[in-house]
Design a protein around this ligand. Sequence first.
Ligand code: ASP
Length: 345
Amino acid sequence: MLHRRRFLQMGSLGLTSFSFLSFKNAASAIRKPIVISTWDAGINANKGAWKVLRSGGRALDAVEQGVMVTEAEQSCCVGLGANPDREGIVTLDACIMDEYFNCGGVAALERIKHPISVARRVMEKTPHVLLVGEGAQQFAVAEGFPLEEQKLSEDAEKSYKEWLKKSEYKPIINVERSKGQNAFVPNKLPNGAWNHDTIGMVAMDADGNLSGSCTTSGMGFKMRGRVGDSPIIGAGLYVDNEVGAATATGQGEDVIRIAGSHLVVEFMRQGIAPEAACKKAVERIIKIKGEKAKEIQVGFIAINKQGEYGGYCIQKGFNFAVCYGDDHNELIDGKYILPPTPKGG
Ligand code: ASP
C-alpha cells in the first residue's frame, strides 16, 4: 500500500524515483533535503519547494517558491482570494528567514499577490525586518510588484456577506481532511465561508542549510489593523541553522504570547526531538489558556538538523505535509492534546 501510494505521488510530481540527491545522501544518516508545511495545502506547496530542493537548490529559494504556490491558489486563507477583515479588505501577513538569521516580513499588506516575495525583498534590500500597511505596499510597488485590483474573490464575498449578518468575531477551530483522502478539498465552514488558515513551511537543503517561510491572510473578519503571529519572526516562524526550524498556525495571539516558533527551536536546542518540542510548546499554550484552550487551535511543525520532523496541535483536525527522499510527499495528521469535544457540546 505504502509503495503504491509513493509511486502515485512520485508520478504526480513528475519526477524520477532515483534522484541524484537520494544517492548522494544514501550513506548519511541525515535526511536531506526535506520540506514540511502546514495543512493539506502543504502537499502542493511542497511540490513547488521540492523542484528547488531536488535539483540541489537553496532552502531559502525552496520555501519562497513553495508557499507562492499556495498564495497563487487563492483557495484557502492565504493570498488575495482569502477572507477580508471587518471592513471587507483583504490584508496579508508573511515572513521569511534564512540560514544566516537574515529575516524579513510584511504585515497588513494589501493588493499584492505574493507577500512572501515582498518579505524576502525586505530581508535582502532594506535594513529592516518588518514593513507594514501602506509603507509595505509602497515598497512592494517600488520593487516592481504589480498592484492587483481591490476585489474580493467570489467565495470571500459570499462569506463576508454571511459574516456581516451577525458581525461577531469568533474564531472557528479549523478541521481538515485526514491522511488517505487524496483530492484537495479546501476546508469550508457550514455556511460556505472559508476558515482561517496559514501556510508555514520549513526546509533543509542538500547542503544541510535551513530556511522557513510563513504567509496568510490572518484570521477572517479580524479587526482592521490586526496582525497575527505569521509575519513575526520568533512567533510564526523561526530558524536557527545550528539547531532546527519551526513554524506555527492557528490563533496567532496565543502563538505570539509564547514566542511559539522560537520556543520550539529552543526546545530542540536542548536535544528534544521536533515532535516533542512542538508538543511542549502546545502544552505551554494550554497551561496559559486553561479552560479556554478548547476554544482555539494552534499547531506547530518543526525539523531539526538531522532531518527529523514532527508536528503537534491543541486539538484534532490539524495536518501537515512532508516531502523527502524519493519524492515522497505525504500528508500527516497532527497529534493533538485535548480530547475531541462531544458532538453538540
Ligand atoms: N496564525 C494565523 C493568524 O493568527 C491564522 C492561522 O494560521 O490560521 O493570523
